[in-house]
Design a protein around this ligand. Structure first.
Ligand SMILES: *Cc1c(COP(=O)(O)O)cnc(C)c1O
Length: 401
């Protein structure tokens, strides 16, 4: 296979992001295909015994087994790293496989982790339930409160783990402050960037060490596959993440990586358009609902911070109505927008986090996080925003708003 200029960092790093999204990481076979090839293979064959021996010894380049390398997955990994401004990336089967791998590969019993309170439900489960089972101490802080991060540091603190914007409260964490604090204390910052993606926010520009993804969301963008990715320095990926990943096997399938790679070609277009659509929808209903949580609106308490660290605000926002019954009534009245807990999709989707994604936290945990009974989260898709606004208008009306 011919590695085209799309894999040469000295060339791709001069390309602007839109060009990298379409061309970075492209390897071409002797067929000269325009669309990257899908290698659905678990193993590889060799011309002679010396070739395979050299590859296993790490003395020659080349594939040996798809848990270790696969050409299609490698192409997508190069493209993601290029968009992120990261030296290296490895893909995993799901966003949660990515988060689990990013944490477990570097933690040992006796270490301490500080994590943001508002987070995807399963990310909180990792911190609250899984890590302590293996003797790893954890502290939860309000990610918006810079001094809380500082106060939580202990001599054995190894990792800061947080997402921004946070799911589903739309809390914004100060990337430059938190990642800078981590660096100053020799702590590794791990940022879950699923809500924004590199199209809208690049945490490494603010000093993040590791950026982890659910590629299921805006990267695929059409609700087709589950996938995850972890980006970091070449040294961290090779020395810390890879030994864990190769031996535990949370790998992404070549088919899913191929779908994500094709999704990346339109990521910027979709992220920008869906951001604009979401802002238009949020503005249209802001006066109708008791509380609006959209970081792009001046009413959001961290609007200035969001403006400083994001290029645009993404397809997702939340709002709070009067309790679960009214929230469910709105969902049940929708005619165009689907009831669905997925996000990042080109279809507009709405969900009630308290009874779905954050149900297993219990009401007390949800209240502490700011996931109220009347909260609804919407992912605004690529439909004409006027149709989405009309649908919300009639649904809010039927629910008495
Ligand atoms: C969806 C999501 C995850 C988990 O990703 P999966 O691909 O569903 O495993 C993790 N973090 C955030 C912020 C998410 O939105």
């Amino acid at each position: 296979m011919k590695k085209t200029t799309g894999t040469d960092r000295s060339i791709t790093s001069n390309w602007r992001p839109a060009t990298r999204a379409v061309r970075a990481g492209t390897w071409r076979s002797e067929q000269g295909e325009t669309s990257e090839a899908l290698f659905l293979t678990s193993g590889y064959t060799y011309d002679d015994a010396a070739t395979v021996a050299a590859r296993f010894a790490g003395e020659a380049e080349g594939m040996t087994y798809s848990r270790l390398q696969n050409p299609t997955v490698a192409m997508c990994e190069e493209r993601i790293a290029s968009l992120e401004g990261a030296e290296a990336c490895r893909m995993q089967a799901t966003g949660m496989a990515a988060m689990t791998t990013a944490l477990l590969c570097q933690l040992s019993a006796g270490d301490h982790v500080v994590a943001g309170r508002a987070a995807f439900g399963s990310c909180r489960w990792l911190v609250d339930t899984l890590l302590p089972k293996f003797g790893i101490e954890t502290t939860i802080v309000d990610a918006r409160d810079n001094s809380a991060w500082e106060a939580a540091i202990r001599p054995n603190t190894k990792v800061f783990f947080f997402e921004t914007p946070a799911n589903p409260t739309m809390d914004i964490a100060d990337l430059a402050f938190i990642c800078g604090l981590a660096r100053a204390h020799g702590i590794t910052s791990v940022v879950d960037n699923a809500f924004a993606t590199a199209a809208l926010q690049r945490p490494m520009e603010f000093g993040a060490d590791v950026v982890a993804y659910s590629a299921t969301k805006l990267m695929d963008g059409q609700g087709r596959v589950l996938a995850g990715a972890v980006c970091g320095s070449a040294q961290w990926i090779n020395d810390v993440l890879l030994p864990f990943q190769r031996n535990t096997g949370p790998n992404c399938s070549p088919f899913n990586a191929w779908v994500v790679m094709k999704g990346l070609e339109t990521l910027d277009l979709r992220a920008q358009r869906q951001s604009e659509n979401a802002l238009q929808v949020a503005r249209a209903i802001e006066g109708r609902v008791p509380t609006m949580l959209h970081p792009g609106l001046p009413s959001h308490p961290q609007h200035d911070l969001a403006t400083r660290q994001m290029d645009n605000f993404g397809p997702i926002f939340s709002f709070v109505v009067d309790g679960r019954a009214q929230a469910h009534a709105i969902l049940d009245a929708l005619e165009l927008v689907d009831i669905s807990n997925n996000i990042g999709d080109s279809k507009s989707l709405m969900c009630h986090p308290a009874s779905t994604t954050h149900a297993n936290m219990g009401e007390e945990g949800r209240d502490a996080m700011g996931v109220f009974e009347g909260m609804l989260r919407i992912n605004v898709g690529l439909e004409d925003p006027l149709d989405v606004i009309e649908d919300l208008d009639q649904a809010l009306g039927k629910a008495g708003l």
